[in-house]
Design a protein around this ligand. Structure first.
Ligand code: TXA
Ligand code: MG
Length: 390
């Protein structure tokens, strides 16, 4: 992407509805967003166009949440199935009443404590919210982002904004404007480039329509912090690693998600020190002619530098915020290097660790390889042989 002070037209494509899309990119300060650029983007949203913007979590692909045609374009641009509902973004706590009804007291308490911030509340939906936002459900997911660009944009547009992560369906979420451009060039009208996203992982989705408040997706607001306000909080097994329950509680909790193009191998167990078992597996895969990428903490990095593989450092092993911020970016970087496999050891699950593990687990298509057990290389490489690079 060119560095630019103003705007430029990247490309034009005709989408399925015959709508000619010409992606424009604006660089905009995240701290003091230019009111001029905000009003251009706000107008585009009011015209039912698509605007991608940064939030504190990941970039969102926004459209007028009150208009089915506008919301339909989000699904089309992302290639997202219509049964997976979207999050509605608001700019003031009190706007919750413009999109939801029968709001329980706990929602107000949570909004008071965690908004603006990476917490999405699932509530009963008001009819004025476009049906496509909720994918036919009677509920709506709402959040107030902790980022000046969407806050200004929502106020300027005067409408709530429906926005999923601005990536192609099943690709890792975008944490920079370049990621959005890589996935959606020619499919989004405007990209507001406000720099990298500070958290880098999506919001926590909390369902308040159940008997017990239930985390549907762990994210930027840790379960421990929520539990202080909600003692009977449920964190279903799907968010954890070793258990796999039946159908998804959140339509978005589908098997393949957040995946790099490479096959993602997630390892558990092994010693505290970088495992010799992992080196053994790497050697075996290298011997079979595969190109490998490894994502490691700073501590593990030196143990692998002698190997002919692509290595990406995620950050200090104690700093889950840093690791979380880097996670999707590093997956995308390794994909650009066209590796066949990305390998990574699992991390602890406290705090942001639960969200990180959830994304890794999904990237690995819910398979974890135990380093204590004998590893079957044939099984790992199964169905990949035909893709093998020579
Ligand atoms: O941080 C975030 O949440 C980002 C930024 C842009 O706000 N958005 C995001 O949206 O990650 P998306 O669409 O990629 O993920 C939304 C998740 C999906 O898992 C979806 O199934 C769930 O929220 N969701 C949305 N509406 C829901 C509803 N009414 N009931 C249950 N789950 C819902
Ligand atoms: Mg997403």
């Amino acid at each position: 992407m060119k560095a630019l002070p103003g705007k430029y037209n990247e490309s034009r494509t005709q989408n399925m509805s015959g709508y000619l899309v010409c992606t424009q990119i604006y660089q905009i300060s995240a701290r003091v967003p230019s009111p001029e650029i905000i009003s251009i983007a706000a107008l585009k949203l009011r015209e039912n166009g698509l605007v991608a913007f940064p939030t504190e979590t990941v970039y969102g692909l926004g459209a007028n949440a009150l208009n089915d045609t506008a919301v339909g374009r989000i699904f089309e641009a992302k290639g997202r199935p219509f049964f997976d509902p979207l999050i509605v973004h608001i700019a003031n706590r009190s706007d919750i009443e413009n999109v939801a009804k029968s709001i329980p007291k706990i929602a107000y308490d949570l909004a008071e404590k965690f908004w603006p911030g990476p917490l999405t509340l699932v509530l009963k939906r008001l009819d004025r919210v476009a049906e496509k936002v909720s994918a036919g459900l009677g509920t709506v997911a709402v959040r107030m982002p902790d980022h000046q660009i969407p806050l200004d944009l929502i106020i300027a547009a005067g409408i709530p904004i429906a926005a999923p992560s601005a990536n192609l369906f099943t690709r890792p979420s975008p944490t920079s404007a370049q990621h959005v451009l890589d996935d959606l060039d020619g499919h989004v009208d405007i990209i507001l480039d406000g720099g990298p996203c500070p958290i880098g992982l999506e919001s926590t989705v909390l369902d308040l329509t159940k008997k017990n408040p239930t985390i549907l997706r762990p994210g930027g607001t840790p379960a421990e912090a929520l539990r202080e306000v909600i003692p009977d909080l449920l964190v279903p097994a799907q968010s954890l690693m070793h258990e796999e329950t039946g159908s998804p509680t959140s339509p978005g909790l589908m098997l393949k998600h957040y995946s790099p193009k490479a096959r993602f191998l997630l390892f558990t167990g092994g010693k505290e020190e970088p495992s010799s078992r992992l080196r053994e597996i790497i050697s075996n895969l290298l011997a079979s002619g595969y190109k490998l990428g490894l994502m490691v903490t700073d501590r593990d990095f030196p143990a692998f530098t002698d190997l002919p593989i692509e290595i990406e450092k995620l950050g200090h092993e104690e700093n889950l915020a840093e690791i979380g911020q880097n996670l999707f970016n590093k997956m995308r970087l390794l994909d650009k290097k066209k590796v066949d496999f990305i390998l990574m050891r699992s991390l602890r699950t406290e705090g942001l660790g639960l969200a990180i593990r959830d994304r890794l687990f999904k990237a690995a298509e819910q398979q974890i390889i135990d380093l204590e057990e004998p590893v079957d290389i044939e099984k790992i490489t199964l169905n990949l042989k035909h893709q093998k690079r020579t």
